[in-house]
Design a binder for this molecule. Structure first.
Ligand SMILES: [Zn+2]
Ligand SMILES: [Zn+2]
Ligand SMILES: [Zn+2]
Ligand SMILES: [Zn+2]
Ligand SMILES: [Zn+2]
Length: 335
């Protein structure tokens, strides 16, 4: 709920000296494979598990752990936490998945205090700076939602938490930003694109950078081009090469794809793009639906130290939180 799978499957390759059993050597192949057989579900098991264990067992307590690793670790732990919720809620994972992943759930202390103490052990300022940067767009979106009373969230309809909090910079399946769509009030989910000749009838969020699909490591490639990156379908063509309406059939000549199916997983919940929907809601609607609103909608709302970090860059600085009435008692949401 508060976390993000930053790149659980690749935690180990971010360090300068990845541990030999971490699956490092296969990560590039994994990517190829996932493109080929379009089955990213299969990508994340053992190497991810072992790399996380590696962090837990040996690196977490090491003072030499780099900031990026710290954030990776943070992301990993948060991800495990969010996965725990997922599993508890729906038992969705096929049993064929191995289950170091399950072992890990017991190994990783999911206690919030532990996450924070790990964070504290790191180079504090850099950690705060990077974590804040990573969540900046969501923090901005959350603050704006609290201010305007209009919440735009991307989530699986059966969940009571948003995988992503969206603002005007969020990318639509049609390739245009939310800000390039019609004005929204929160009362309708039908927010059409206003860009000339774009047929998009309703804004639908799609990830626009590797972090949003848990592939942060991609950015470490020397030739990585952030501006050119696009989320892809199993057919290997990008979302922009698919129809913006209906089932989103592929427009590429000769491609027989009739329906966009993501070749990636959501960084927050590990499910495919098509399992999600974009919601436009008002504060009242969220209250009635038992969804977090107000200060409870902030990233890391349940972990005050990290919430402060993403708001202000400092664990102790809760001024932004206080300024939106965060100190006042909030009616409980969800659970
Ligand atoms: Zn458009
Ligand atoms: Zn659109
Ligand atoms: Zn396709
Ligand atoms: Zn295609
Ligand atoms: Zn999700």
């Amino acid at each position: 709920m508060y976390g993000r799978q930053i790149s659980l499957e690749n935690t180990a390759i971010l360090g300068d000296s990845p541990s030999p059993d971490s699956g490092t050597s296969t990560s590039a192949m994994d990517e190829e494979r996932s493109e080929q057989n379009a089955s990213p579900n299969e990508v994340d098991n053992t190497s991810l598990a072992s790399s996380l264990v590696g962090h837990q067992a040996s690196e977490a307590s090491s003072p030499t752990l780099s900031v990026s690793q710290a954030i990776e670790l943070q992301g990993s732990i948060s991800s495990v936490q969010s996965k725990q919720k997922t599993v508890a809620k729906q038992k969705k994972k096929p049993s064929s998945k191995i289950n170091t992943a399950y072992t890990i759930r017991t190994i990783v202390p999911a206690e919030k205090a532990d996450v924070v103490s790990v964070a504290r052990a790191m180079h504090r300022e850099d950690f705060g700076h990077q974590l804040k940067g990573l969540f900046q767009s969501e923090t901005d979106a959350a603050l704006r939602a609290v201010q305007t009373g209009i919440y735009i969230g991307w989530r699986c309809p059966e969940y009571h938490w948003d995988c992503f909090r969206l603002g005007d910079q969020a990318k639509c399946f049609c390739g245009h930003l939310l800000g390039e769509h019609q004005k929204y009030t929160g009362r309708s989910r039908r927010v059409p694109c206003v860009v000339m000749r774009c047929g998009c009838q309703a804004f639908k969020f799609i990830p626009s950078c590797p972090e949003e699909v848990g592939e942060m490591w991609l950015k470490k490639r020397f030739n990585f081009d952030a501006a050119a990156w696009r989320a892809k379908c199993r057919c290997k063509h990008t979302h922009e090469e698919h129809q913006p309406t209906g089932q989103h059939a592929c427009k590429v000549k000769g491609c027989r794809c009739v329906r966009f199916e993501s070749a990636f997983l959501c960084a927050a919940c590990d499910r495919k793009w098509e399992a999600h929907e974009t919601f436009f809601e008002t504060t009242d609607m969220r209250r009635e639906a038992n969804l977090p609103y107000g200060a409870a909608y902030l990233p890391f709302a349940e972990m005050p130290e990290l919430r402060n970090v993403v708001l202000t860059g400092s664990e102790e600085d809760d001024t932004v939180f206080q300024s939106i009435g965060g100190g006042l008692p909030q009616p409980s949401t969800s659970h």
